[in-house]
Design a binder for this molecule. Sequence first.
Ligand code: GDP
Length: 445
Amino acid sequence: MFENLSERLGSVFDRLTKQGALTDDDVATALREVRVAFLEADVSLAVARDFVAKVQAKASGQQVTKSVTPGQQVVKIVHDELIKVLAGEGEADALKIDNPPATILMVGLQGSGKTTTTAKLAKRLKERMGKRVLIASLDTNRPAAMEQLAILATQVGVDSLPIVKGQTAVQIAKRAKTQAAMGGYDVVFLDTAGRLHIDQVLMDEIQAVRDIAEPRETLLVVDGLTGQDAVNVATEFDGKVGISGVVLTRMDGDGRGGAALSMRAVTGKPIRFVGLGEKMDALETFEAERVAGRILGMGDIVALVEKAQETFEAEAAERMAKRFAKGLFNMNDLRSQLEQMLKMGGMQGLMGMMPGMGKMAKQAESAGFDDTMLRRQIALISSMTKKERANPALLAASRKKRIAKGAGLEVQELNRLLKQHKQMADMMKKMGKGGGMKQAIKQMI
Ligand code: GDP
């Protein structure tokens, strides 16, 4: 899986991590190569572009921590972005198979591996979760396919719906549901007919089956070797029948991997499983982190950077705690706190995370203390000179006017900010004496 892409990226980053200092040009060159490698792996152009742009933006704003090279940090950024592009909003949920019997509709083109995947999933649910599984083939066009599913069912030790000649797909689906309910099955798989290409007759049939079967999941099986075509097929199936997830098959082959990288970003649908061979055990759940690790193959570097970042943050927290304890809480400190708050989802988000602060978050919201306010406060601080930021005591009336004007705000608002700063500085000082400060700061950076 992903050998070619992995190799290409490996050589790009090997070079990058060996360099001590990195210029923006070095990073840009490396990222151009990443883009080419992605395109060669058949990742969609839009996804490849977006990926590189995001990495570029993060790499140029990165904090350089001691003990790792800038190249190593770029590797970590790429790793994190890979996880994001693979996982989308988050890891895919487990299959929804509560409320027995749960119907799982299997759809896909002929030859994609649909029947094989159905049997693999049935085996998995039976062996790992102790489920009673029934599988049924709705492929009325190909009696051989129906027989193949029955053979596979026997092989993996689950029941298959007896074949009745002359029934339509909808009739078989109804029979399967009844049988599943009466027979006390937990899960029933409906393996729909495939076609070589997407056509309206096929889609109409799947829609009719879907309406009768009311599946909890509709899984699309696509051949991972087909790259962007797999993504196009997913888009079409999703538009016409609605899918809840994707199974990418043949990921054991020397695939280019593009389907895996584009699927979530293009279709919005999660990859739930990957097929890794013809054997009935050759199926894995799709975990973005593990897949990203495989694609990049630089786990050591990623771990190293993570460790360095932790140390860096701990040291920064310690330095800040020491300064605050001495009453040295200036406008720069306040600004970085405000920026952190914004990053962490604003005031409400931050308070919502602290125990017992949920109510306060609501009050703060109704008092108009929201992201807009954070942004205004940051604008006010940015409008100060370096000296003023370091020593807010300098702020006489004329300076205040200038600062407020610079931020396009009223002096009143600046006064409120200064008062708030003073209160915070006093609080920090108190807390600093009592300890527990480092912990509080560490959470904020
Ligand atoms: P269907 O027409 O979509 O039902 O496809 P089948 O399930 O009959 O699979 C077609 C062929 O692909 C069979 O020879 C399977 O053994 C093979 N196949 C299915 N999944 C995989 C996989 O993940 N890896 C490999 N290498 N072969 C697979």
